[in-house]
Design a protein around this ligand. Structure first.
Ligand SMILES: Cc1cc2nc3c(=O)[nH]c(=O)nc-3n(C[C@H](O)[C@H](O)[C@H](O)COP(=O)(O)OP(=O)(O)OC[C@H]3O[C@@H](n4cnc5c(N)ncnc54)[C@H](O)[C@@H]3O)c2cc1C
Length: 539
């Protein structure tokens, strides 16, 4: 099966096709060496043609002068400007093919890798607040030191609104102090960790050094403010980028709006046809709509007076779940294997003895060999809504889960900050606290005149509240991944608490979560680094 195709190409056609497809004689093949716009237009045509993809490529692109194919393909190695000229020349043709389909999903047929460098953590979180169609990767606060200065000093955003305000000097002095404290404490923290957890014979110096550095950087990351500049790489399709550009344009931060324009400019070089709607009237109207609805909701909230409550250091509260989740999930497990309507299946499940339901759940969970063995879609039936109050460092990590509904409140200093207990034991907690308290005073003063921009000055140690709504299947993934030994203790604790909260209401549904790690560890990265050594040594 799939070993040969009945389609015939002449030797001349084979020569024309070969640079652009991985084979010409089998029914499964990949496209290669083609610009995104050509691949997108080709796939769009595919959906409305009786011809095969290779035949379409030959007839409607390679040998069709109007397509501008030769100019576009030959410009691939040229300067971005030359590529743009070639793409523009062929634009009318591709517009006709792509937009002619009137289907928004054609913009998913071309993609790009975009690097956003020197963006603040406020902007990084906006970039990463994307779900379908975008895959972000960001410079890690665990593996990279953030105190190495750039040409202007420590690498944090000199936020333009704040820099034009009377707070400019205080802002830079406070940010500098946070970075200087981080820098000054790194040595003593590493030295203490080395003394406390000496290297044993079985651990290589490389693995040990990395584990110690990761732990030290984890302990001190709370000093980094949201203004900290980082690098984010995004891979995604045109449609996802279009929405991202619009969301950034609607954001209440000058940096985000500038980033929106910068991303549009660069994508115009590589996938112009797929993102052009972001800068159209339709895109602008959408951005205006997003900004207006946010503003209206904020005004509604401002009119409410709800009394605050006292919170524990880390609060993970399950505020909503479906009491009938078990019945619904069992019905969903059986549904694909029956030919009955869902409501009749549900009615019979409701009358079923509990033991029988549990046996069905156990059958659906099966013998999970590792956390990668995720149970099926029936596990998407139960939903859980959590309200979490934890340090921004933990939020930054957990926000990266894309298949959930997550929304945060403003970054503020009003919920206090978290001091890792190790810093108390090392004796550096007073310096840590002094830098955070100086930042807290600044944020409190900034908030009066600059409620949005004040968020740049909030260090990661401060707590933020966010809501997380997720289904059971994603809970399996998130809780098992985020409780794993190599994780940061802050989010490991949240994952463990989420498990306890779901188990308390639905013990039968969490029975299959076999890979939740409930232990505490001293050097979280050590086992992972030792595994890297074993792989390097081929053992
Ligand atoms: C120990 C550790 C270290 C990390 N280090 C870094 C780091 O240095 N830098 C960094 O930027 N991030 C880092 N991360 C975050 C990581 O890159 C992910 O963002 C995070 O784990 C959430 O993504 P996910 O795929 O696991 O889960 P979710 O986003 O919740 O997605 C759930 C599942 O859906 C599927 N899925 C979701 N979206 C897609 C998609 N677009 N394409 C295909 N499948 C998809 C996958 O199967 C995925 O596991 C780290 C995470 C961990 C646990």
């Amino acid at each position: 099966m799939f070993t040969h195709t009945n389609e015939h190409f002449t030797p001349q056609e084979v020569a024309l096709l070969t640079p652009f497809v991985t084979n010409v004689d089998r029914p499964v093949f990949c496209l290669r060496n083609l610009p995104e716009v050509v691949k997108g237009a080709l796939f769009a045509r595919y959906s409305r043609s009786t011809k095969s993809l290779r035949r379409l490529l030959l007839d409607e692109f390679i040998t069709e002068p109007e397509s501008g194919f030769a100019a576009i393909v030959s410009a691939v190695g040229d300067s971005p400007a030359a590529q743009l000229v070639a793409a523009r020349q062929a634009e009318a043709f591709y517009e006709r093919v792509l937009i002619g389909y009137g289907d928004d999903s054609v913009a998913e047929l071309g993609g790009a890798h975009v690097a956003c460098e020197g963006v603040s953590n406020i902007a990084a979180k906006l970039l990463e607040d994307s779900r379908l169609g975008l895959s972000p990767l960001e410079k890690s606060t665990r593996y990279v030191r953030f105190d190495l200065p750039g040409p202007d000093g420590y690498r944090y955003l000199r936020e333009p609104v704040l820099m034009a305000s009377p707070f400019a000097e205080r802002y830079t002095a406070t940010m500098d102090n946070l970075f200087a404290t981080y820098s000054a404490l790194l040595g003593p923290v590493q030295a203490w960790l080395q003394a406390q957890f000496p290297r044993d014979e079985a651990t290589t110096p490389r693995a040990y050094r990395n584990a110690i550095q990761a732990k030290a950087l984890d302990l001190l990351r709370g000093l980094l403010p949201m203004a900290t500049q980082t690098n984010v790489g995004l891979f995604g399709n045109g449609r996802a980028f279009e929405y991202l550009i619009i969301k950034l344009a609607a954001a209440p931060f000058a940096e985000a709006r500038a980033l929106s324009e910068a991303i549009q400019t660069e994508l115009d070089y590589v996938i112009p046809a797929f993102v052009k709607r972001a800068r159209s009237e339709r895109g602008k109207a959408y951005a205006a709509y997003l900004a207006a609805t946010r503003e209206q909701a904020a005004q509604c909230a401002a009119q409410l007076a709800i009394a605050p409550t006292n919170e524990p250091a880390i609060a993970v509260r399950l505020v909503d779940y479906d009491p009938q989740a078990e019945e619904k999930m069992v019905a969903a497990i059986l549904y694909p294997h029956l030919d009955l309507p869902l409501d009749s299946i549900l009615a019979s499940i409701s009358a079923m003895p509990a033991q029988e339901r549990q046996a069905i759940i156990a059958a659906a969970v099966g013998e999970r060999g590792s956390r990668f063995h995720r149970p099926g879609r029936a596990f998407e039936e139960p939903y859980y809504t959590f309200d979490i109050l934890a340090d921004i460092g933990a939020y930054r990590d957990l926000q990266r889960h894309r298949v959930l509904t997550q929304e945060r409140q403003r970054f503020t200093v009003s919920h206090g900050y978290v001091t890792p207990p190790e810093l108390e034991r090392i004796g550096v907690a007073p310096q840590y606290r002094a830098a955070l308290e100086q930042a807290a005073e600044l944020v409190t003063d900034l908030q009066r005149d600059f409620p949005n921009e004040a968020q740049y000055a909030v260090p990661f140690a401060f707590r933020v509240r966010w809501r997380m709504k997720l289904n059971l299947r994603e809970a399996y993934h998130l809780i098992e991944l985020r409780s794993a030994r190599q994780g940061h203790p802050a989010y490991r604790q949240i994952a463990q608490m989420m498990f306890q909260a779901i188990s308390a209401v639905h013990p039968t549904l969490t029975a299959g979560m076999r890979f939740v790690d409930h232990h505490d560890y001293d050097l979280e990265r050590l086992a992972a680094e030792q595994r890297i050594d074993q792989k390097r040594q081929g053992t």
